[in-house]
Design a protein. Structure first.
Length: 257
């Protein structure tokens, strides 16, 4: 029997999975797909506060993640260190702070997510934010790819590289923050990296690659929720498992060069 809870779970995992997969294709193009994991860990202090004081985990995740993203962007401009190095500094500091206060009984929720407390409001807010993030990424996609190839060429074409990098990082923050509810802070890299890699194996041009990532991410979300309902597997783990299965399928049926 299809209940409201099932509909809400499918809506949130399909929409967040799709936009994460779409964004993941851009992150993979910039060789930043693994950054999703450390960024997910930056949310831990916010998740800890949410669990301690009883408010929505996504709100806590967004607050600390956006603060962390702004810190990374600021340090990148000031020091010229690689984004990956600065992300590592900020995320390890965040993890250390979070585990000073995170109750042991709440560790599992923080690390692998929990969709058992979905409401209509939080679901539709997540879907709306997913759509908004998708539209923003689509708007800057070509400029980001161009800047990844050569920042100097991008600047010569009047592209404000610093501004689109900030927009990009804030969009990553939104998508990671949305994914926290589903897969927790531990598995966020997977929701952006695996669908993108799946699409890369099966597509031959940039447009198909980008939308293929969205399809792979959304499909993994739907299949993961079905497995969660049928076999009582934690939803976040099920989503990642099916994402991995789709990737293995793409390896078998990958396009010929």
């Amino acid at each position: 029997m299809i209940t409201e809870k099932i509909i809400l779970a499918i809506l949130i995992t399909a929409s967040v999975g799709a936009v994460a997969g779409y964004l993941g294709t851009l992150m993979l193009s910039k060789r930043m797909s693994l950054v999703g994991g450390p960024l997910g860990h930056i949310t831990l202090p916010g998740i800890t506060l949410a669990l301690l004081y009883g408010f929505d985990v996504s709100i806590g995740a967004f607050a600390t993640l956006i603060f962390g993203i702004l810190l990374i962007w600021f340090f990148e401009k000031k020091t010229k260190l690689p984004t990956e190095a600065l992300t590592a500094i900020v995320f390890t500091s965040s993890v250390a702070v979070a585990f000073l206060f995170l109750p042991l009984e709440e560790v599992e929720i923080a690390l692998i997510g929990d969709i058992s407390k979905l409401t209509v409001l939080t679901t539709f807010a997540s879907v709306a934010l997913s759509i908004a993030a998708f539209l923003v990424v689509r708007k800057i996609y070509k400029k980001m790819v161009f800047a990844a190839i050569s920042e100097d060429l991008a600047k010569s074409e009047q592209i404000n590289v610093d501004r689109i990098n900030l927009i990009y990082l804030l969009t990553v923050a939104v998508v990671i923050g949305l994914g926290i509810r589903i897969v927790g802070s531990l598995l966020t890299a997977a929701v952006v990296a695996i669908p993108a890699a799946t699409s890369k194996n099966l597509t031959t041009n940039m447009r198909a690659y980008a939308y293929g990532g969205a399809i792979a991410g959304g499909l993994a979300g739907i299949l993961g929720i079905i497995a969660h309902l049928l076999f009582s597997i934690p939803a976040g783990l099920a989503v990642i498992i099916f994402s991995s299965i789709l990737f293995l399928g793409s390896v078998i049926f990958q396009r010929n060069e």
